[in-house]
Design a protein around this ligand. Structure first.
Ligand SMILES: NC(=O)c1ccc[n+]([C@@H]2O[C@H](COP(=O)([O-])OP(=O)(O)OC[C@H]3O[C@@H](n4cnc5c(N)ncnc54)[C@H](O)[C@@H]3O)[C@@H](O)[C@H]2O)c1
Length: 330
């Protein structure tokens, strides 16, 4: 019997997930709810299922629900779904501050329900190559530099507004923080210099991260420099080895002093696979079936929020902030 899936929020990313899930025979796209009814109807017409008149109706008729609403609504919408006893896949970010992240994480733990956070980049082929090299000990990371260029805080017109985004780091850079912990483990402390160039929003960060393993990493992330390629890149330096990603399109590595450089190029792979969406959705359905655990948990989402909050805290005066010292109210 197919799992009945509901989707809340029927905008851009909802259409990506709906297109993927429509091809999964284990799933029935049951219903969509958006505060703009025309949008839910548009998805129903494209991918099957119907537009629900309310969130309550959607909850009644779904086994699991995808949350694809704006950042500020994630905790509230996810809480209603958990209260209805339904499994959740929620887009990133997990939450927009530590109190919210703590409440939500604790609620998920008490509920016993599945909760997957939409950190899709873990499943992008370039990042899977990097992760596998680390897991197989082919690469022993000693030092790292990463960058994420958001291009501008102009479009969409509210993107500069921290009241709506949670702050620039909760926008696209949130993915880099997730990847940092996914690849390299727990972060012990961060030290940050940051400036505002547009609308008074901090949009230029130089971040030093010290991991529990002793690894040190630097990250530049900024949103004032135009969409100059590459937007995102990891450079991971081992002992006589270097791995370097270019967007989610390719990864090159040199392993050993005499080694040639190998490149895996995924630039012709379609975006839903190249960006990891197809695998993240497949794994969510696997988890519904009980085949495997959700691959990105509420605890993972919480740790990303904790890390971002530590960066904002450090940005105030440049002090070193120990990540685990930050705790939220329940
Ligand atoms: N993982 C990724 O790569 C990725 C990519 C894009 C967006 N996102 C995340 O997905 C979420 C949605 O982004 P988007 O680009 O699809 O935005 P969008 O503006 O295209 O769509 C959001 C939709 O939610 C609806 N909505 C707003 N409040 C609602 C509510 N309370 N109940 C029901 N519907 C509501 C809006 O009417 C709109 O149709 C954001 O949190 C964003 O950060 C993630």
């Amino acid at each position: 019997m197919a799992y009945k899936i509901g989707i809340v929020g029927a905008g851009g990313v909802a259409a990506i997930h709906a297109a993927i899930l429509a091809n999964d025979v284990r799933v029935k796209l049951q219903s969509y709810f958006d505060v703009d009814a025309a949008r839910s109807q548009a998805l129903a017409t494209r991918f099957g299922g119907h537009a629900a008149g309310s969130l309550g109706q959607l909850l009644q008729e779904s086994d699991a629900v995808l949350v694809c609403t704006p950042n500020t609504t994630h905790e509230e919408v996810a809480t209603q779904i958990l209260d209805a006893g339904k499994h959740v896949f929620c887009e990133k970010p997990f939450a927009l501050n530590l109190d919210s992240a703590t409440r939500l994480r604790d609620k998920v733990m008490r509920s016993g329900l599945l909760y997957q956070v939409g950190h899709n980049r873990r499943f992008a082929p370039v990042y899977k190559v990097l992760k596998e090299a680390i897991e197989k000990n082919e690469l022993r990371p000693l030092s790292v530099h990463a960058k994420m260029n958001r291009g501008e805080l102009v479009n969409p017109p509210w993107v500069w507004n921290a009241q709506l985004t949670g702050g620039f780091l909760y926008e696209t850079p949130v993915h880099m923080f997730d990847l940092m912990t996914f690849f390299f483990g727990k972060v012990e402390w961060v030290q940050v210099a940051a400036r505002a160039h547009d609308h008074g929003e901090l949009d230029d960060f130089s971040i030093l991260l010290r991991f529990a393993s002793g690894l040190q990493a630097t990250m530049k992330t900024y949103a004032h420099a135009s969409w100059h390629f590459p937007f995102e890149r990891f450079e991971v330096y081992g002992m006589h080895s270097t791995y370097e990603t270019f967007e989610m399109e390719s990864i090159s590595f040199t392993n050993g002093l005499e080694s040639k450089t190998t490149t895996y190029d995924f630039s012709l792979t379609g975006m839903p696979e190249q960006w990891g969406y197809i695998e993240e959705d497949r794994l969510f359905v696997d988890a519904l079936e009980g085949k495997s655990r959700v691959p990105v948990t509420a605890e993972d989402g919480y740790q990303v929020v904790q890390l971002i909050e530590a960066c904002y805290r450090s940005a105030k005066d440049g002090s070193r902030v120990h990540v685990n010292a930050l705790v939220g109210k329940t």
